[in-house]
Design a protein around this ligand. Structure first.
Ligand code: SF4
Length: 242
């Protein structure tokens, strides 16, 4: 239908132009990791983690969509906000060590590393301190999946990340996994007991990726077809399947 209201036509053109300007903002300067990250080791594809570890260039023309970048930013903002809720509730959270550096671990000559969101060192409840605190801001679908099935079944990649932190930081008290539903702002809290076997398996995967990379060998793909869901937004898809 023809829109005969000139004011509305101008508004439509204006919002489209603003939209284009926002989406066209240059992405933040990219700092590629030079290590296998604890947050990545639960990825369904070891080869993808290996490409990242090796600093392999992303496929030509590939870049995170503006929407994906905004989701990353949302994660950082929500993490700070959720940490503030806990502090306001009387819990003591630490993000950095005595040296002022982020709390985390670094092993295998720095080739396997990660930084925790926070460590909770005390609070108003008689809990087993200190413990790891890990936060995720999630859409309703992922949030509900964790609520109904638990972290390990619904999001094993996050459970791997938590187990690795617990193992390498030597903080084996149950970790607090905290997910904020970004649609409804509901909060989900789950204490995650230390799963030594899970931590070991994740650590073994990291070692395999590092050793194969040093030997010039590629880890297997996670699938036999590029139609697999994990490949859809993979920055190495063309290289991987060419
Ligand atoms: S394209 Fe698929 S198989 Fe290849 S690295 Fe990416 S996720 Fe793995």
């Amino acid at each position: 239908m023809i829109d005969l209201n000139p004011g509305s036509m101008v508004r439509t053109a204006d919002v489209a132009a603003i939209h284009a300007l926002i989406d066209g903002l240059p992405p933040p300067a990219e700092k590629r990791r030079t290590y296998v990250g604890a947050s990545a080791i639960g990825s369904p594809c070891e080869r993808k983690v290996q490409y990242e570890f090796l600093g392999t260039p992303h496929d030509e023309g590939w870049r995170f969509s503006a929407r994906t970048l905004r989701i990353f930013q949302r994660g950082h903002l929500f993490e700070s906000m959720a940490a503030t809720w806990l502090v306001d509730a009387g819990f003591h959270l630490k993000q950095t060590g005595r040296d002022g550096k982020p709390l985390g671990f670094k092993v295998a000559d720095g080739s396997f590393a990660g930084h925790v969101d926070r460590v909770c060192t005390g609070g108003p409840l008689p809990l087993e301190y200190p413990f790891i605190w890990e936060h995720k801001a999630l859409g309703a679908k992922s949030w509900k999946a964790i609520e109904s099935r638990g972290l390990a079944k619904a999001k094993p990649e996050y459970a791997d990340q938590v187990a690795v932190y617990q193992a390498y930081l030597g903080l084996t008290a149950p970790a607090l996994f905290h997910a904020t539903n970004a649609d409804t702002m509901e909060v989900l809290l789950e204490f995650v007991p230390f799963d030594k076997a899970r931590a070991q398996a994740a650590s073994d995967r990291a070692v395999s990726i590092i050793l194969d990379s040093r030997a010039g060998a590629m880890r297997p793909r996670c699938t036999e077809t590029p139609d697999f869901y994990a490949c859809s937004d993979c920055p190495f898809k063309r290289r991987c399947w060419s």
